[in-house]
Design a protein around this ligand. Structure first.
Ligand code: CIZ
Length: 303
């Protein structure tokens, strides 16, 4: 990492009164220059609490949109314009409207990995950390539509016993992780505990020891007496796991667990974002107000 570029980012950050957020999946050098690292909702909440005028979100578009929903008075920048989330794009507003029309009376829960428009049409938002608690809190006599991730939704349905109406979306990175990868990794590291993200397929989930969000993985690894861990989620998280637990060992379950979108952010693009104030992510006021309601209702249930 060149010291000049780090210094440049520091100077520009001060000039622009900016805060830099890096998602847990970002490349190591990006996580190292960030003011906050974490999951998408936690980062957006942290940024809203600061008096920064500009938020540079090192992540993907839906994450920057969430920050824009929670910080309407700040300018939100996504350093790579094309850093999208295939899963979030697997359902749009008109598809969700049609689904709602098919199940009148159903409550809609959307995973935070969704567009602001989809959040605006949902009753509740959820994260992979609080999805179980949120769904358990919903009235037993109501149907529940869960979008867009069929894998997280399937995990929630299994654990809560609630028959969710699932949308067939999925994370194209997590579905690249195969049960065979878990078997091979266990063979190589027989003492390791396998931590998998609930966005993984049912077969991978069944092969894992623990099913955890990124934030939960970081807490679990710190608190656990185990010394070795096989990690079944996007490889970027290994950076923080290793940094926070220098005496423990972490292995990626598969070299294929890399999201090409989160990796579009580079230090140079962070510099350009701050220099040119690009790429600004905005959410129209009417969508913002409705999306915020879905986030607020979630926070009432799972503060
Ligand atoms: O909520 C997030 O930021 C994502 C994408 C996953 C997680 O488990 O933190």
């Amino acid at each position: 990492m060149s010291p000049e570029i780090i210094e440049k980012i520091r100077t520009l950050k001060k000039q622009r009164k900016a805060v830099i957020l890096a998602h847990n999946y970002q490349p190591g050098p990006i996580q190292d220059i960030a003011d906050f690292t974490g999951d998408s909702l936690g980062l957006s909440i942290e940024a809203a609490k600061t008096d920064a005028e500009v938020i540079v979100f090192c992540g993907v578009r839906f994450m920057a949109e969430t920050a824009a929903v929670l910080s309407p008075d700040k300018t939100v920048l996504l350093p790579a314009q094309d850093a999208g989330c295939p899963m979030a794009d697997m359902i749009d507003a008109s598809q969700l409207r049609q689904l709602k029309a098919q199940y009148p009376g159903a409550l809609v829960v959307c995973y935070v990995n969704s567009t602001a428009e989809v959040k605006a049409l949902s009753d509740y938002c959820c994260t992979s950390s609080n999805a179980l608690q949120l769904v358990r809190s919903l009235p037993e006599d109501r149907d529940i539509i869960f979008v867009p991730d069929k894998n997280l939704g399937g995990f929630v349905a299994e654990k809560t016993g609630r028959p969710l109406i699932l949308w067939p979306g999925y994370c194209s990175t997590h579905v690249c992780i195969l049960p065979e990868d878990v078997i091979m990794a266990r063979r190589e590291h027989p003492a390791a505990v396998v931590l998998a993200h609930p966005e993984c397929t049912p077969q991978v989930r069944a092969a894992a020891d623990e099913l955890l969000s990124t934030g939960q993985m970081l807490k679990f690894a710190k608190a656990s007496s185990a010394q070795e861990f096989i990690i079944a989620t996007e490889k970027g998280i290994l950076h923080t796991l290793r940094k926070e637990n220098p005496d423990k060992r972490f292995y990626a379950v598969s070299q294929k667990a890399v999201c090409p979108n989160v990796k579009k952010i580079t230090l140079e693009k962070v510099v350009w974002a701050l220099e040119d104030m690009q790429y600004q992510i905005t959410v129209p006021a009417s969508i913002r107000a409705e999306a915020k309601k879905a986030l607020d209702r979630m926070l009432e249930v799972t503060p």
